[in-house]
Design a protein around this ligand. Structure first.
Ligand SMILES: Cc1cc2nc3c(=O)[nH]c(=O)nc-3n(C[C@H](O)[C@H](O)[C@H](O)COP(=O)(O)OP(=O)(O)OC[C@H]3O[C@@H](n4cnc5c(N)ncnc54)[C@H](O)[C@@H]3O)c2cc1C
Length: 194
């Protein structure tokens, strides 16, 4: 964790920082609002992969899962989010405060700061670090170390042989991306495909 001693209370150090005016929900809703897009929720890729026809598949799930774990399992970090409502306008003065020691949770996020939401009440999320348990919780962060990098390289070699499947995103590329980076990655991929 980098430590900054300054009066800048923002988490990141980029000069220009922001989020979409209606949040990411608004962006995704607009993107999906197209008659040519069909969304199937609660549907595992593995259950439908043989019944869906495609020219190009963009795969955003775990790359080890795609290849049936044939070179072993990659490890991931997970989190447990405990959402707590409070009967007060604000719980904390900024969106996110980290607790690197002394507590079981590692940060508290108060989302209403992001979009300047007006409400007499608030909800915050306490984040508790967890190991990833397939089927039990979600894989959030890749764990880059020699063992995992070696496994990933084997999967990546297989992935490069498939001309009709693109592996994109933090799970498919086993690489941490922030939102600005993954959006840039998606736009670049779109340009290349076109
Ligand atoms: C706790 C946390 C906090 C973060 N905070 C920030 C932040 O403050 N600022 C910032 O810029 N970024 C943040 N990020 C990063 C941001 O969330 C990622 O950059 C972004 O979500 C990456 O997009 P993606 O498409 O690679 O992956 P995802 O958004 O994870 O999309 C992958 C999709 O694939 C689906 N999928 C996976 N496997 C299957 C399967 N077998 N079948 C069907 N669907 C499947 C998943 O359900 C998911 O919808 C945070 C990430 C986490 C985990």
């Amino acid at each position: 964790m980098p430590v900054y001693i300054s009066r800048d209370d923002r988490y990141f150090q980029d000069n220009y920082q922001g989020i979409p005016g209606n949040g990411y929900t608004g962006v995704i809703e607009k993107m999906l609002d197209n008659p040519r897009i069909r969304v199937e929720l609660n549907t595992d890729f593995r259950d439908v992969k043989d019944s869906i026809k495609f020219e190009k598949l963009i795969y955003t799930g775990c790359i080890d899962e795609f290849f049936g774990f044939r070179f072993g399992e990659l490890s991931y970090r997970s989190l447990d989010f405990n959402f707590k409502p409070y009967d007060m306008e604000f719980f904390q003065s900024v969106a996110q405060i980290n607790y690197p020691e002394n507590y079981d949770y590692t940060r508290i996020t108060e989302y209403k700061h992001f979009l300047n939401t007006k409400s007499r009440k608030t909800t915050v999320a306490y984040e508790y670090p967890q190991e990833y348990e397939p089927g039990g919780n979600d894989p959030y962060y890749p764990i880059p170390n020699d063992a995992n990098n070696n496994i990933y390289m084997k999967y990546n070699e297989e992935a490069e042989k498939l001309s009709d499947v693109l592996f994109i995103g933090r799970l498919a590329e086993y690489k941490y991306y922030n939102m600005d980076q993954i959006i840039a990655r998606a736009l670049k991929t779109f340009e290349e495909l076109c």
